[in-house]
Design a protein around this ligand. Sequence first.
Ligand code: GAL
Length: 810
Amino acid sequence: MRLFNTVLKIMASSSILLFIFFEANAQNVKAGTEWILFNKGWRFNLGDVPFPEIRGHDHSYMNAKAGQAGGAAAPDYKDSSWTILNLPHDWAIDRPIDASANLSQGFRKRGIGWYRKQFKLDSADRGKNLELQFEGIATHATIWLNGSVLHRNWCGYTSSYIDITAFAKYGNAVNTIVVRVDADAQEGWWYEGAGIYRDTWLVKRSAVHVITDGVYANPVKLTSSGNQWLIPGAVTLQNSGKEKVQALVQMSLWDAAGKLVDKSENKILVPALDSTSVLIKLQANQPLLWSVNHPELYKVKTIVKVNGLQTDSLWTSCGFRTIRFDADSGFYLNDKRLKIKGVCNHHDHAGVGVAMPVSIAEFRLRKLKEMGVNAYRCAHHPPSVEFLNLCDRLGIMVMDENRNFNSSPEYLRQLQWMVRRDRNHPSIILWSVFNEEPMQGTEQGYEMVRRMNHEVKKLDLTRPVTAAMNGGFFEPFNVSKAVDLVGFNYQVASYDKFHKENPTLSMTSSEDVSGFMTRGAYKTDTSKHILDAYDTQYAKWGTSHRTGWKMIAERPFVAGAFVWTGFDYHGEPSPFGWPSASSFFGAMDICGFPKTAFYLHQAQWVEDKSILHLVPEWNWPVDSIGKNIKVMALSNAESIKLFLNGKLFAEQKADKYEMNTWQVPYQPGKLMAVGYVKGKEVSRYVVETTGTAVQIKLTPDRLSLKGDGLDAMPITVQVVDARGRAVPDAQHKIKFELTGSGAIIGLGNGDPNSHEPEKGNERSLFNGLAQLIVQTQESCIAGSITVIARAEGMKAAKLVIPVKAGVSCK
Ligand code: GAL
């Protein structure tokens, strides 16, 4: 950490030296060059298509030649019987839950699949630079174009950028991309999905262009006082033309209102078939700072000109903020102390698996913000670009995590890719090189991390490198000595000892809690794989949510929390096995419906508004009348009064860590809590016994959708009594019918034990709730989606969602 601070000081005092450290590249806002979303019209075959056996001289000879791939990789392979589909695609989520499949992967078979796509290129594209991009393929991918193998990617979370210029055919000739995906390969112990599950792009650029992730524009504060900033900009150009050229690169900084802040330019010689970087300084005086409450973003425009003609231009988003970790007092954002209130998450959701539309990712991040979360650990793999853009925009700090712990060349390449792609995002405050590695307390582990940290520093000096350790902290050789910030996974009993023995090392929890809850269930029944939602159940290496936060909140030297997890996810159904198929760890279930832990953290973490929530719901069977029911209030008030059917039942001083509980003899009716601060009422929450369900209710997450074929939203499904009150213990099976310009793309209900399909048009409520996810079709005229929901004995519900035109048609 001292080294890191020193480097920051060096950077602040010498911009010349700074340039030595900064190489080019970065995440870009997609604009300028022609970015063609290449998601549509792929042919897909589930199952392997074995290559023909190679026999005899002629066959062997030709098989060894460029452009001569055989079997399903051959351009002329007959694929007409294959399914036609659009990406992103996760074939595992379509498959049934199957006892013979791996528990970690949610008991869903993965297997092998093939994709093919044919396309033509305009003759006018000749001379351009063409790049094919796959943002994420689970898990091992081999990619061919026109019969030549172009790329192999053996990490399901890193993108592939493939220069196809030399292989491309123009005019009437057909180009054929083939991707073989081996999803039997596993990189995790959680659900990883299967297939081309993130966006795919064809990028057409001029011969002299900025390479992908080729703009580095991460602002650095110049002085400790005042508000003077430097963007040590670096741009990497490539020239696929035949002659060397002199390029002029212009960079300009713009604020959110579109006002120019600074501009500068520089010239560079770009040899043919080579790439080179140019450095350009931009300055800003008194910019608006990026923070979790005010995530101010700026944009950098990069223009490339050759002989006065523009050959490339693109926008890169960035933010002005400082970060600092202190060994005694934790984390500082813009020099203000901020306790990290983070959650860890994988990247799947009910119904859609890992092929998650951006709008669903946004829905999830908004739910986390509502819970009081200010940080997100991408456990244990890099997220999508769109996800990071959302975190920048919504003000959520990110621990960006590398998947594979290895310092050999191929794995360093994966780490470099992550840092190059992501280093302009103001949301990213930490790079994590691993999670819980058995070598963490060994000389080999130490040496590997030392190398990985060094590799990160070559690309970004502004963020600390951490590793999520769950042991080895006190070994003579251990990874804590090779990182800038020590990450603790659990091991809460070692916080004080470690800090005492290593007073100069900064530390954070990188993972904590691992509590178990079934949403809406208040009695543990292990025979039925149900775990109560009173925060009494947790993994043996973890703690309750309440203890976990108390341990961190009371220790200023622990920078913050990263609760395992914000949402349930498919797979890892600990502490159970079959038939449970998804996890119990989330503060929310897999649909994003809050569990008690959501309200608990809200009470602990939200500071700017009054929080009060009661569990359980107040619908108990008649034989419970007179029997004690445990009632828990989740609140940030100072004291709470509890009223049963209008009569004061009890008053308690609120306990901000433990929360408040009572044993209340059950009487149907109304249970009400009132929260007070300084003797004044600040909050009120009521749970009421409902009547029987008579009607279905559909609640959309937003008022309208965009008809771009991408926009999606969850619709909450409930049943209500005659007075319109949602019935919390309802388990009805609901059937859906959708008409209009969209489709149902997934279903869920948050029950980790459910084996109902996540695709189709019916789903049971689980403890009163289910979720339907709808997505629009591309349309150039405004329209609507109509959903009708029906269940036996229930009045149907009809929901009409307006769909705005998503594309303009001539
Ligand atoms: C941790 C691990 C996580 C998850 C969690 C469950 O040790 O890092 O990936 O498995 O345990 O408690």
